[in-house]
Structure formats: structure tokens, C-alpha cells
Design a protein around this ligand. Structure first.
Ligand code: AR6
Length: 171
């Protein structure tokens, strides 16, 4: 499938144009992938994030990558899963679209997403995988056929769930 690759690994190690961070509204760091990115990027990241006024759920903001191998970090805030009746799907879709749009505006060619909302925010993995894959696919087709997108999962189990959804969608 055009421009999308599913891999297992640690997003902080990737030498891509941008990695996406599953941040929170305050943008002041946290646990999970957010904590790992802040540790690897170094304290300058937190100092800059504190000046950005936070980030609304479904929105995205870009910063340099500081000490990371990646040039930029695109911070997006996924929805907390409250059962699905609270606009969770629309907000998760928006996270992917806004992050891809920012990458496009900065003329980036290669970006990587973690499984946004799939940890502390409890989004069901298979449903999140559908949104990640279908939203990215549709966005690339309509807006930027040269952008390469990695969907990276830290844990093998969630990676396998993403692979299963990809096969279900595209064979
Ligand atoms: N590389 C790739 N994926 C990772 C890594 C890594 N180094 N570390 C964890 N993951 P989470 P959320 C996976 O909880 O659900 C934070 O405290 C992890 O296995 O990081 O959007 C923020 O500050 C899971 O599949 O993000 C927010 O408060 C996925 O990344 C809140 O958690 C997302 O899990 C955001 O929750």
C-alpha cells in the first residue's frame, strides 16, 4: 500500500524527518512514548513546550527534535477512550490528519507515528489501527503521494494487531 509501513520498535531511535509524540493537553511530558521522547530529546524540549500554550485534543504542534536522531517532533494529543460515544474516532482521525498536514507544510518526506491513544488513553487497538491506517492512506492519496509514513509499535502484540488490520483492509 502506498507510502505506509508497519514496524515494531522504539520510535526515539528512528532517523526520520519527524516522529510524532502522543502528548497530553499540557505538553509538559508524561509517561509512555511521551516520557521516552522527552528523555531522548533532552531538557530543551520541555523548556520550549512550556512556551507553546498546550495543545487541544485532536490538534498537533511541531518542535525541533533536539538530541533525537529525528529532525522534528510533531506533538499531537489523542482522545482518552470513554467507550466510543465521546467523539473519540473523530478526534483520533484529526490527530493523524493534522500531523500529516504539518509534515507536508514543512516539506518533510519521512515521518513515524506511534499508536496514539493506545496506551494510557486506552483506545481499543484494532479500532485505533483502522483509523491510523485508513486516515493515513486517504490523506496521502489526496494530499502528498511522496510522503513516507511509518506506523511503529513498541510492543510486538500491538504491532501484530496493526498488521492484522492492514491485511484485513488491503489483503
Ligand atoms: N516507541 C514507540 N511506541 C511506544 C514507545 C516507544 N519508545 N513507548 C511507548 N510506546 P502512551 P497515549 C507505545 O501511553 O495512550 C502519556 O503519559 C505504547 O506501547 O504513550 O496516547 C502522555 O503524557 C502504546 O502502544 O500514549 C499522555 O498523558 C503507544 O505508544 C498519555 O500518556 C501509546 O501509549 C497519552 O496516552
Amino acid at each position: 500500500m502506498m507510502g505506509i509501513e508497519l514496524i515494531q520498535g522504539d520510535i526515539t531511535q528512528l532517523k526520520v524527518d519527524a516522529i510524532v509524540n502522543a502528548a497530553n493537553n499540557a505538553m509538559c511530558g508524561g509517561g509512555g512514548v511521551d516520557g521516552a521522547i522527552h528523555r531522548a530529546a533532552g531538557p530543551e524540549l520541555l523548556a520550549l513546550c512550556r512556551t507553546l500554550g498546550g495543545c487541544q485534543t485532536g490538534q498537533a504542534k511541531i518542535t525541533p527534535g533536539f538530541n533525537l536522531p529525528a529532525k522534528y517532533i510533531i506533538h499531537t494529543v489523542g482522545p482518552v477512550w470513554y467507550g466510543g460515544g465521546n467523539h473519540e474516532a473523530a478526534m483520533l482521525t484529526s490527530c493523524y490528519q493534522q500531523s500529516l498536514q504539518l509534515a507536508h507544510e514543512h516539506r518533510l518526506r519521512h515521518i513515524a507515528f506511534p499508536a496514539i491513544s493506545c496506551g494510557s488513553y486506552r483506545y481499543p487497538i484494532a479500532q485505533a489501527a483502522h483509523i491510523a491506517i485508513q486516515t493515513t492512506q486517504a490523506w496521502l492519496q489526496q494530499n502528498d503521494r511522496d510522503l513516507q509514513v511509518l506506523l511503529i509499535n513498541f510492543e510486538d502484540k500491538t504491532h501484530q494487531q496493526f498488521v492484522a488490520v492492514f491485511k484485513e483492509l488491503y489483503g
